[in-house]
Design a protein around this ligand. Structure first.
Ligand code: NAD
Length: 335
């Protein structure tokens, strides 16, 4: 069998520390990956004069699977978000953000296990918008939903539900007000739901969904929704299990996939050995599942769970007093 090559973007700020931790763990369970390192973000701007160099794009396309640390997008004119560019460029239409409770975190709830499937290329993030008045006092943006895009993401969510033995898919929308766009999404979601009679299908208006997630999160299993709602709801879900340090995300397209932590480069703690590497370790678990290596993924998940639940060398955000390297060592010892 040919060796799987993974493109690795270590990223900015805490990125290199947490990505290196994940790679040590992947190697420890015998994944036998070959890694091709590529620059993006501030490091790329310094080394290549641009945030997203062509060499990096070529490597992402060539290896098809990428593990990515958080990237800093410099504030100011002329810089579009690197993450949005990558999602568009590689048509990474499905953003899969699972949240899972670990005992030992300071989360408000236990036993949360929710996957948000967010459409990643359309909706309010299609980049269609402008300032329409000469004095800059009026602006507009266009949200675009297509039948094809809606069908693709809702089908993806149901297929994921079937594959992972999930029971329920909730389509989240605002079709009562956004009749054209959210209305089309809901119409397509209802049609797709009929093809999966074995899965319970429910639908919920997004504002009610926010309240329900806070009041009674255990009713949710898989959530499927459009881009903006998914962005917001998945952060809300991360908050239910102890914050962004616990939240991974997979960006999946037809040909390529990029696995990453949901949080940013955390410049306030960069270079201090304080970052919690859990989110990127969980992203690497998603990557293993994507590659059909579920047994190794489960081993790593069990080790991380045991470290967090026992409070053995946990990081400050988890209520511990240890750093990235100690936490990683505690996981490695369990493998
Ligand atoms: P952030 O997510 O980097 O940090 C928010 C807070 O959470 C900070 O206090 C930080 O210390 C803490 N935090 C984040 N990750 C942590 C971890 N693993 N362990 C412990 N604490 C952690 O958000 P921000 O400060 O708003 O953004 C910083 C930079 O990151 C910006 O340039 C932004 O553009 C970028 N960003 C990148 C991504 C990405 O690449 N996917 C996502 C969001 C933000």
């Amino acid at each position: 069998m040919t060796q799987q090559r993974i493109t690795v973007i270590r990223g900015d700020g805490i990125g290199p520390d947490i990505v290196d931790a994940a790679i040590q763990i992947l190697d420890k369970v015998g994944c036998d990956f070959a890694y091709d390192y590529a620059d993006a973000g501030l490091v790329a701007l310094e080394n290549h004069g641009e945030l997203l160099p062509q060499e990096t794009l070529d490597l992402i396309a060539k290896n098809k699977v990428t593990l990515k640390g958080p990237l800093t997008t410099p504030v100011g004119e002329g810089f579009t978000s690197i993450n949005v560019s990558l999602r568009k460029k590689f048509q990474l239409y499905a953003n899969v953000r699972p949240v899972l409770s670990f005992k030992g975190t300071k989360a408000r709830y236990e036993d949360i296990d929710i996957i948000t499937v967010r459409e990643n290329t359309e909706g309010m993030y299609s980049g269609l918008g402008q300032v329409v008045s000469a004095d800059g006092s009026e602006a507009e943006a266009m949200s675009k939903i297509t039948r094809e895009g809606a069908e693709r993401i809702v089908t993806f969510a149901y297929e994921l539900a079937v594959r992972e033995g999930r029971k329920k898919v909730t389509a989240v929308h605002k079709a009562n007000i956004l009749k054209s766009t959210s209305g089309l999404f809901l119409k397509v979601a209802r049609e797709v739901a009929q093809r999966y009679p074995q899965i319970e299908s429910t639908e919920m208006i997004v504002d009610n969904c926010c309240m329900q997630l806070v009041m009674n999160p255990h009713q949710f299993d898989v959530i499927v929704t459009t881009n903006l709602f998914g962005d917001i709801l998945s952060d809300l879900c991360a908050g239910l299990v102890g914050g962004l340090g616990m939240a991974p995300g997979a960006n999946i397209g037809k040909d390529c996939a990029i696995f990453e932590a949901v949080h940013g480069s955390a410049p306030d703690i960069a270079g201090k050995n304080l970052a919690n590497p859990t989110s990127v370790i969980l992203a690497s678990i998603q990557m293993l599942e994507y590659l059909g290596m579920a047994d190794k993924a489960e081993k790593i998940r069990a080790a991380v769970k045991d470290v967090i639940e026992s409070g053995d060398r946990t990081t400050r955000d988890l209520g511990g007093s240890h750093g990235t390297t100690d936490f990683t060592q505690a996981v490695l010892e369990r493998l």
